[in-house]
Design a binder for this molecule. Sequence first.
Ligand code: CA
Length: 220
Amino acid sequence: MRLLLVEDDALLGDGLRAGLALDGYSVDWVRDGEAARLALFAEGYDACVLDLGLPRRDGLAVLKELRARDNHTPVLILTARDTLEDKVAGLDAGADDYLLKPVELAELRARLRALLRRAAGAASPLLQHRTLSLDPASKQVTLSGRVVPLSGREYALLHDLLSHKNRIRSRQELETGLYAWGEEVESNTVEVYIHRLRRKLGADMIRTVRGLGYVLGDAS
Ligand code: CA
């Protein structure tokens, strides 16, 4: 899952990026409103954590423009402005959730999980397909009730496929979910991890759709 973190405070931004990366998200961090809007319009993010008080362009203005352009990326706003008016303004502008500063990392993580779950349209916190089950809270994957140990990137890839169940994911989409900006992407990385997942989950769990990508589930 790919997150955009928009926070101009260097210390807080660095802490949040590190904390969220531990959860298996691939996190891009930008520090002003202009960089945020460029990133949001250029890249496909699964969610955005958006500070409101930002240099160059206010977070609320970024959010309003995003929604005006019909972009539905889930957005969680961070605000130090603890007034009813500001919360209402944020939600009216199209935020999906908000968190007051100082930010508790555990709460941010839980709220992001809920946000991504809602975005995926799933009522259950578990992502499931047949006897395969993934719990985003504990990061545990089971197959027919048995725990399947996965590496961080295997988990990230499986999470991506299960979150887009029955939909074909291109290699590039899967790749961008695996890596943050600036990290080296080897050309066969996705294939390598798909291969490892098939060894652990069974050869038929993830199907190759020739020329298009991969699918977990029933898309043809
Ligand atoms: Ca700020």
